[in-house]
Design a protein. Structure first.
Length: 138
């Protein structure tokens, strides 16, 4: 298979896998840590209106979703990519980081969470995911 085509396919698959993992964790989060009383988390408007009710524990699963979604997406990309595995894994991290930045501007949240999420959940996890696959393949 053409390496360029294989790398493009790797990025597409990585984005898909990462998004599925992210959404799966978000979907199960409310069964593990229920949202605060009176919070409507079924719509974006309801979520925005009730963010002030959220405690630290309510940010654990969103962070895990972002970090593990990026990590698995980067790993999938590095597994499939023909070459430049770590660089392409970082492309996945950059895509998810862009989504995280959009999320920060759309959904008001605590500044400590925004900083933690943007600094630790995307590029470091993508780098780690890509490096682990690269090391395993060597």
């Amino acid at each position: 298979m053409n390496p360029i085509f294989k790398n493009i396919l790797a990025v597409i698959v990585g984005l898909f896998v990462g998004s599925v993992v992210n959404m799966a964790i978000i979907l199960i989060s409310s069964t593990v840590i229920p949202p605060p009383d009176g919070a409507d988390v079924t719509t974006m408007e309801g979520l925005k209106a009730s963010m002030h009710l959220f405690e630290t524990k309510h940010f654990i699963f969103p962070f895990l979703a972002h970090a593990l979604g990026t990590f698995t997406g980067a790993q999938a990309t590095a597994l499939i990519a023909a070459n430049h595995k770590t660089k392409l894994a970082l492309v996945i991290g950059a895509f998810f980081l862009l989504g995280g930045i959009v999320n920060v501007f759309t959904l008001p949240s605590h500044i400590w969470y925004n900083v933690t999420d943007l600094v630790f959940a995307y590029l470091p996890m993508a780098y780690l995911g890509g490096k682990l696959i690269k090391k395993k393949k060597s």
